[in-house]
Design a protein around this ligand. Structure first.
Ligand SMILES: NC(=O)c1ccc[n+]([C@@H]2O[C@H](COP(=O)([O-])OP(=O)(O)OC[C@H]3O[C@@H](n4cnc5c(N)ncnc54)[C@H](O)[C@@H]3O)[C@@H](O)[C@H]2O)c1
Length: 435
């Protein structure tokens, strides 16, 4: 039986969410957190972002966006209107009604989940947490995290979930650089620890996002994200293996995929590339395989796709070596210019980018490297800092390697000026020129 106090706390929160007077907190103001904070501020809520990075919080407070999908002209007016502010001080949690946790979930070197960001942010939240609030974990993680890691911390002060406070998991599906689908129009899956938690989560998101998809539990919601990303990782692994086969047999894999994609049912095209990149696809499936190992189940598809995708940078480097060899040049001492180092088109994120692997492999073989990327002005490679050069620098190189197919690149000009091109992406099939 719920206490009268618990019923009153739930009703009060519901009323505040519906009236959009609930004070919203977003912990972690990165690619996921900042767009979410902006969406709730646009919907009329007072939003406080909390981040351990003082640089990010001060940029937010100046209305100066550091996330490609959020224009400063969108952020600035929300900050000026007092709808959005940011701080490094977790004591503000005491004044918040809702808290979304959007902190990183990387892998350790051993491919085990690194839960330290979730744990440290929850420790800080717990210190200031009060009854009547809603907490939603959004960071991608293994099934069971919300119930096994977050819940015990939040109940350590004696509060009861589903009564004194509400706890959900909602996977983040943001796709940076995607002009069609952004935070507001990507359907939001949410699952709570109890039915009351799910309902509170549904009510909350439905104020700012177009479609909310409630599911029965936090574990279902956690697993949804891992299914989505594992599906992508495995299909990319499959098509990468098909690409390796086609290459060996002298078949044009792009033509094969395009023709297969004319089938109006039962086929979905995936495209080969130089390897997996970003914070999600190369990482998230290993959260699942780590968890299933504990249940005695080997995630064999994941391990195999991980292996094949991990071979792709080597395949690209072999292509570079063969291309130079055909021109009578060794890799050692050759000037190799990389076009695009971000992990995908039109974004500035180089986390896990296959360009880093390709560049390191070429460097080990003695290549002299340079790069152009309009979204990544500087980068660090193996302790050395590199600056992006204008695209015209391609003309000076012995070989150009296209890794990221940014739309800003002038591919026709590149085809005219570059002596040898190794194209590891699909977008340029019309102008590929390798000799
Ligand atoms: N980037 C994507 O496209 C994407 C898409 C879907 C899901 N995700 C998932 O969302 C989560 C966040 O990813 P992201 O790309 O936004 O990461 P990010 O690195 O861009 O942002 C995370 C932010 O959290 C801050 N932070 C770290 N520890 C903190 C702490 N203890 N307290 C407060 N703030 C802290 C960091 O300073 C950073 O600003 C991850 O679990 C990721 O897998 C990311």
């Amino acid at each position: 039986m719920k206490t009268t106090q618990a019923v009153a706390a739930a009703q009060a929160l519901e009323t505040k969410i519906k009236a959009r007077t609930a004070r919203v907190g977003i912990v972690g103001l990165g690619y996921v957190g900042l767009p979410l904070a902006v969406e709730f501020a646009k919907a009329g809520f007072n939003v406080t972002g909390i981040d351990v990075s003082g640089e990010k919080t001060s940029r937010v407070n100046k209305g100066d966006s550091y996330i490609g999908d959020i224009a400063s002209s969108t952020l600035g007016p929300l900050v000026d209107a007092g709808k959005l502010r940011a701080t490094t001080d977790f004591s503000v949690v005491a004044d918040l009604d809702t808290i979304n946790i959007c902190v990183p979930t990387p892998l350790r070197k051993t491919k085990d989940p690194d839960m330290s960001f979730i744990v440290s942010s929850c420790q800080e939240i717990t210190k200031h947490f009060r009854p009547g609030s809603l907490v939603i974990l959004e960071s991608t993680t293994y099934p069971g995290t919300t119930d096994e890691v977050v819940l015990p911390m939040l109940t350590s002060n004696g509060l009861k979930v589903g009564e004194d406070f509400f706890l959900c998991f909602s996977p983040e599906r943001v796709d940076p650089g995607n002009p069609r689908y952004q935070t507001s129009n990507i359907p939001k899956v949410v699952g709570g620890v109890t039915p009351a938690c799910t309902e509170m989560g549904r009510l909350f998101y439905s104020q700012a996002l177009q479609t909310v998809v409630p599911v029965a539990s936090t574990q279902v919601a956690e697993m949804v994200k891992l299914l989505e990303n594992t599906f992508r990782m495995i299909n990319i692994g499959l098509v990468n293996e098909i690409a390796l086969m086609c290459d060996r047999m002298g078949i044009n894999v792009w033509e094969v995929i395009d023709a297969a994609a004319t089938k109006p049912f039962g086929f979905m095209p995936f495209y080969p590339g130089p390897g997996l990149g970003g914070h999600c696809i190369p990482i998230d499936p290993f959260y699942l395989s780590w968890k299933t190992k504990q249940a005695g189940i080997e995630a064999r598809f994941i391990e195999l796709a991980g292996y094949i995708n991990g071979q792709m940078p080597h395949f690209v480097v072999d292509k570079v070596q063969n291309t130079l060899n055909d021109a009578g040049k060794p890799v050692k001492g050759s000037r190799i210019h990389i076009m695009g180092v971000a992990y995908k088109r039109d974004i500035d994120d180089i986390r896990e980018s296959p360009a880093l692997d390709v560049m390191l492999l070429l460097k080990k073989r003695g290549a002299v490297l340079s790069y152009s990327d309009p979204h990544v002005p500087h980068m660090d490679l193996d302790g050395h800092s590199l600056e992006s050069l204008p695209e015209t620098a391609a003309a000076e190189a012995d070989c150009v390697v296209i890794i990221t197919d940014h739309t800003a690149f002038d591919y026709a000009a590149l085809a005219q000026r570059a002596p040898l091109i190794v194209d590891s992406r699909n977008a340029l099939k019309g102008i590929r020129k390798t000799t």
